[in-house]
Design a protein around this ligand. Structure first.
Ligand code: ITT
Length: 212
């Protein structure tokens, strides 16, 4: 029973600031919730059936993140954060890039995408396997972008799938200075250097200044 003086966890949760992510990728939501900590409640489009699917018609991460944030922010009150991200492989002319989620075809699995990248890179030696993850976060309110933040992490592609941590291309990406993939490294280590955490640090500063 809730006492008069001690607020329940439920009533405290009502007091916490909330951020809606314009994503249906639960891995992104989990990572961003972890990085923002317990003082913020992060929700996403999977929890709100009325939110539309946003077609990613842009040719850059920035264009697509703005598109997702702006469209979703027209349907809710408050700020909306969108994440558009992906893997760029230099030897593949920066593919899969904005097509990272659908590289092996619409609705394909992460495994199919990673297998396709490895197949295209078969026989390429380590020196020409440079790659990076990029993340662009856009914040919008009432259909208008308020700010955009970018983060990247450089690295190399592994020759085979290694580790089962993370998601997407994590099991084939070795960040610079490590010979393990993001699939093998802990999520704590990933969060110290990832494209998403680098963009999110800038968002945190912007958000703190706005809430002052
Ligand atoms: P939303 O558009 O609903 O946010 P999505 O998964 O389609 O979800 P993107 O269009 O931004 O999102 O595509 C991002 C893809 O890039 C994602 O599906 C992964 O394949 C890859 N990716 C992004 N960040 C990654 C990370 O931290 N680790 C591994 N792969 C990542």
């Amino acid at each position: 029973m809730e006492s008069e003086n001690i607020p329940s966890a439920k009533s405290l949760a009502h007091e916490l600031p909330k951020i809606l992510l314009a994503t249906r990728n639960r891995h992104k939501t989990r990572e961003i919730q972890t990085m923002l900590g317990m003082g913020v409640i992060v929700t996403d489009a999977t929890e709100q059936a009325h939110l539309p699917e946003v077609e990613e018609t842009g040719f850059t991460f920035e264009a697509n993140s703005k598109l997702k944030a702006e469209v979703i922010s027209r349907h809710v009150s408050g700020i909306v954060l969108a994440d558009d991200s992906g893997l760029e492989v230099d030897a593949l002319g920066k593919e899969p890039g904005v097509y990272s989620a659908r590289y092996a075809g619409a609705g394909c699995t992460d495994e199919a995408n990673t297998a396709l990248v490895l197949r295209k890179m078969k026989g390429f030696p380590h020196e020409v396997r440079a790659a990076r993850f990029r993340c662009v976060l856009a914040v919008a309110e009432n259909g208008e972008t308020l700010a955009v933040f970018e983060g990247a992490v450089e690295g190399f592609l592994a020759h085979e799938v290694r580790g089962d941590g993370g998601f997407g291309y994590d099991p084939i990406f070795m960040p610079l200075g490590h010979d393990q993939t993001f699939g093998e490294l802990s999520s704590e280590i990933k969060h110290t250097m990832s494209h998403r955490s680098r963009a999110l640090e800038q968002f945190k500063e912007w958000w703190a200044a706005r809430r002052k």
